[in-house]
Each structure stands twice: as C-alpha cells, then as structure tokens.
Design a protein around this ligand. Structure first.
Ligand SMILES: Cc1ncc(COP(=O)(O)O)c(C=O)c1O
Length: 412
C-alpha cells in the first residue's frame, strides 16, 4: 500500500481499505508535505472529469463552475479534444522551433485569422505571453524613438502574472512584497479615470496593457468610454495598445477577443488559459504595427507551439470561433445574471460580468461559501474576499446552470 493516513485526515471520508480494494497506487498526501505551500487548497482530490463534472477519489460528483480557472473551456474529457490529443501523441508531440510542424502552422494561421491579427508567437503560460508582449512594446519604441521611452502602463487592480517582471506589471500592492528588486519601468493608473490615463500616457511610455475584464481582482469590466479613449490616445501617441486576454479571451466573454466587444483592435493581444482547452499553451498576437518588431534571436521558447498543444488548440478554435457558439455564451451569461438578480437576496450585493466570466459580490466570506458549495457538489472560485467568480465551461447547459445556482442559493 502506497497511500497513507494523511489523505484520510483531510476530510475526504474514504472508507477504510479504499485504496487496497481499488488497487490504486496513490502516493498522494494532503499536499502540504510534498508541494510548496503556495496555494490555499480546498480539501478534495479529483480523479476524473466528464463534461461539466469532476469526480473525486470517492466517486462524488461536482458541478464545475470554474473550468480550472477558465482553462477547460470545453469541459472535461471533451471527445474531439481527447481524440486530437491522442492522435497527435501517436504521431509526435514535440519538434524544436528550429523546425515547423504541420499542425502548428495550421493552428498559427487559423488563430491569427480568428483574432484578426497578423502574426503569433507561441509560449506556454499567460505570464510568459505577457512578458513577450512587454518586450515587443519596448523594442518597438526603442527602434523608433530611442532610449528612455520604455514604460509600460498597466491598470490598478490588474493581474499579469508571477515572474518578477509580470509582478511588476501587476497593479496591486499586495504582489510587490517579498521579491525585490522588481523590474523597473511599469506604472499604474486607475480603471475608468480618463484624466489620469491621459496624464499617465506621457512621452516615456511604450505600451498600455489592459485586461478588458479584470479577472483576479473581482471580475471588473472596463467601461466603453475608458477603452475608447485609451485606444485613441495610444493611436495618437504611437503607444502600443496591448490587451491581456489570458483569462477573458478565447470566447470567454462571448467574443473571440474580449477587446472586440469594445470595438477596438489591439496592437498586441495575449491568450493562454482556454487556448488549448487544458493543455498548456499561450500566444502573443500582433497586429500590423508590431508584426515585425521581434526578429531572430529576440525571443524564444523550447515548448511553445508544440504539436500537442497546437492539435488541442485547433479543436478549441474550431468550436469557439463560431458566431452561434459565441452567442450562446452571451445568452448563458445573461441567464445567470438574470437568475441571481431575481433572487433579490440580501446576501448578494452585486453581480456583473459578460459571457461566462461573472462575479458575484456577497456579504459573506467567499471562501466560506465556496467550502459550503464544495460539500454540496458545486465548485466555485473567488476573486477577492467577498466576491465569487464563475468561469464555467462553455458547454454548460441551462439545466446544469440551474442546478449549480440552486446549490449556491442554498449555501448563501
Ligand atoms: C489576466 C491574467 N494574466 C496573466 C495570468 C497569468 O497566467 P499564467 O498563470 O498562465 O502564467 C493570469 C492568471 O490568472 C491572468 O488571469
């Protein structure tokens, strides 16, 4: 027997002898011993998923309103995705970027077309894509205007990733603590404050980096007025307009890029989470202005654009880049908003968002509600102390939405 008592001690209520009977070679622990303690984890261990459901080691079913933080956008075990990954793995799953693979060429072509952009660079994570975007803005400015015009402006409340540089880019003080010295050349301006934005975009600035809907800090959509002024100022001042679509892109808010809902075209857009439906992948997409900024040797990635991720990404792209599918995402989101508003509950202070990226401000502690929902078989995320975040798979049905919301209502 590999497994140990620790697993029993984290509240899973496994029947004694479960592992032996099932011949499971579990080496899992509570997570606290072998993993660095970087996540506040809920007490559940999953073994498989199907559609919008995950199943734990006891076989208990959970309705997944999280998609692994906007990643499994087509749900779990989506048959065309499983097939594409298996078929690709049986051909080859890696070739270095000194060569090309058939599947990544097709993926690059289809993705740039779907996003209305010119070129793409593939990476593996959102943070990595955002670093690429900032490199592009700095080099664009350096080559055109010389040194000293390298600042990237980001928004207060933003989240751009976990490397030292992307922590610098992130406009939240709580991320600027223990890891100094941080990368220089970032400054923050408040969401929605047009006068402050005008002042911030001075002649030291190379790029403006925006999340159309801020995810981590509470599902905060930017206003149309703010985005359209931002786009105008960037165009007038030749500052690259960059959208971090790591969380809100790939159809999550009901348009392929969330920026399109504001009728603006970014110079640079980054994608990650949902891009390959659960296989690690990210993309930096560039429009005409920035298409040829990076040249040989400027940037690279060992794994970026690997055939396995590309094969998975093609399946997601084919499903998502479809008007009827995107319209359904909007409809489902509006339905959720309508239902929660109809509760007229004193526990719910506000509900907002677009498509299937929604935030619910509650009077209770979000973590307490998430824990209660978990016990009743519903997975939720938080985005701040008193905000619940919904990022369900796009394939969720109205019945599944109703079932999840019924659990939430009960727990609230
Ligand atoms: C908007 C945004 N940008 C960047 C990141 C970082 O992405 P990753 O964790 O894939 O590096 C995240 C992750 O939550 C995000 O939400």
């Amino acid at each position: 027997m590999y497994h140990n008592e620790k697993i029993l001690s984290i509240g899973l209520n496994l029947p004694l002898g479960f592992f032996e009977e099932n011949l499971y070679a579990y080496t899992m622990t509570s997570g606290k011993d072998v993993f660095m303690n970087t996540y506040h984890r809920l007490p559940v261990i999953f073994t498989r998923g199907q559609g919008v459901y995950l199943f734990d080691v006891n076989g208990k079913r959970y309705l997944d309103f999280t998609s692994g933080i906007a990643v499994n956008c087509l749900g779990h075990n989506y048959p065309p995705l499983v097939r594409a990954i298996a078929e690709q793995a049986a051909k080859f799953n890696h070739v270095s970027n000194y060569f090309q693979s058939d599947v990544s060429v097709v993926f690059a072509e289809k993705l740039t077309r779907a996003a209305g952009m010119e070129k793409v660079f593939f990476g593996n994570s959102g943070t990595e894509a955002n670093e690429g975007a900032c490199k592009i803005a700095r080099k664009y400015s350096l080559k055109k205007y010389g040194a000293g015009r390298h600042t990237i402006v980001t928004l207060k409340g933003s989240f751009h990733g976990r490397t030292i540089t992307m922590l610098s880019a992130t406009g939240q003080d709580k991320f600027h603590g223990d890891f100094s010295p941080f990368t220089e050349g970032f400054k923050y301006t408040p969401c929605g404050d047009i006068a402050a934005l005008d002042r911030a975009l001075d002649n030291t600035v190379a790029g403006l980096f925006i999340e159309a809907i801020q995810g981590e800090s509470g599902v905060i959509p930017q206003t149309s007025a703010f985005i359209s002024v931002a786009a105008r100022l960037c165009s007038e001042r030749d500052i690259l307009l960059m959208f971090d679509e790591v969380q809100c892109g790939m159809g999550r808010t009901g348009s392929f890029l969330a920026a399109s809902a504001y009728s603006v075209k970014p110079d640079v857009a980054t994608l990650a989470k949902g891009l390959a439906g659960g296989i690690p992948a990210s993309a930096v997409l560039v429009g005409e202005k920035a298409a040829d900024v990076l040249t040989v040797g400027d940037h690279g990635s060992t794994f970026g654009g690997n055939p396995l991720a590309a094969a998975a990404g093609l399946v997601v792209l084919d499903a998502v880049n479809n008007e009827a599918f995107l319209t359904e995402i909007v409809r489902k989101g509006e339905r959720i908003l309508r239902i929660i508003r109809s509760w007229d509950s004193p526990s719910v202070k506000a509900v907002r968002g677009r498509g299937l990226m929604l935030g619910v401000d509650i009077t209770a502690n979000a973590w307490d509600v998430m824990t209660a929902c978990l016990q009743k078989g519903l997975l939720l995320l938080s985005a701040g102390q008193n905000t619940l975040r919904f990022l369900p798979p796009y394939i969720i049905t109205d019945e599944e939405i109703d079932a999840g919301l019924a659990i939430l209502r009960e727990c609230l």
